[in-house]
Design a protein around this ligand. Structure first.
Ligand SMILES: O=C(O)CCC(=O)C(=O)O
Length: 263
């Protein structure tokens, strides 16, 4: 399976592409079942809702032995981290061959899994989760260039009510100034000059099994979850082989997995 020239042009133009019904329901359910066990047992490393919102830029860039233990008594999980090593099912999805040719096309390079950053099951718990502000995934990562994309799998339907993803098409190619971002590098929605850009956002409802591939510089956000059921999504990041993690940063402290070329 390959992207058509017009799909590839769409990715290059918009910074994201949605592959509808890419993964079947049974596979999503199997991943969900394992993820739910890890959530019930609170298997570390876990990032909590509090940790997700309150950590400094320095922490997010440098700390590698993160876990939730010291943070709070009643843990509200925001993501299960380091999922590649948690279960063969998670590993299998991250190494799935069907998506590889598309990633090769998009990266125009050999595909390498990064386990340092998005290597997670994102969870948005009912009612108590927060909005996710406008951000670029790349902001806390440290690489020689920006040729990285995140692969988002909707393990269940994602709607306005439970935390729909929103994107600003083309923002991966825009030049931004430091003052357009707040101290945690969220793209400020109160800064007047940003409002015109934010007005171009698109909201993308997802159905269980849909996959979104998006550029590491693409501005995106998500609503909080106002339903009584957790929103769960699997997200991992790949880079081109030519893209190198900068030494001495978190990006360089976790293994990378080079994936065999599949045409
Ligand atoms: O809140 C969400 O579901 C989106 C999370 C996200 O984009 C991120 O953590 O990078």
């Amino acid at each position: 399976m390959q992207l058509t020239p017009s799909q590839l042009a769409q990715f290059n133009n918009d910074g994201f592409i949605i592959l509808h019904s890419f993964v079947d329901t049974e596979y999503c359910d199997a991943i969900l079942n394992v993820a739910k066990e890890h959530l019930e047992e609170l298997i570390e490393p876990i990032e909590t809702e509090l940790g997700y919102g309150s950590r400094s830029k320095l922490y997010r860039t440098n700390v590698i032995d993160y876990n939730s233990k010291t943070e709070e008594k009643h843990v509200v999980v925001r993501r299960l981290r380091q999922v590649y090593d948690r279960d063969s099912l998670f590993k299998a999805w991250m190494e799935e061959k069907k998506i590889r040719p598309l990633l090769e096309q998009i990266l125009n390079d050999k595909v390498v899994l990064t386990t340092a950053h998005h290597n997670s099951i994102m969870t948005k718990m009912p009612y108590i989760s927060s909005d996710t502000g406008w951000h670029q995934d790349r902001r806390y990562w440290s690489y020689s260039n920006d040729n990285l994309v995140s692969v988002w799998l909707a393990l269940d339907d994602e709607t306005d009510e439970n935390g729909v993803l929103e994107f600003i098409p083309g923002s991966h190619k825009m030049d931004f100034k430091v003052e357009q971002f707040d101290e945690k590098e969220y793209f400020s929605n109160t800064y007047e000059p940003n409002k015109k850009t934010i007005a171009t956002k698109v909201s993308k409802n997802l159905t269980k099994g849909d996959v979104v591939i998006f550029h590491s510089l693409l501005l995106h956000r998500a609503n909080k979850n106002s339903t009584d059921k957790a929103k769960m999504s699997f997200v991992y990041t790949v880079k081109g082989e030519e893209t190198k993690a900068n030494k001495g940063t978190r990006s360089a402290e976790f293994p990378e997995i080079s994936l065999e070329v599949i045409k």
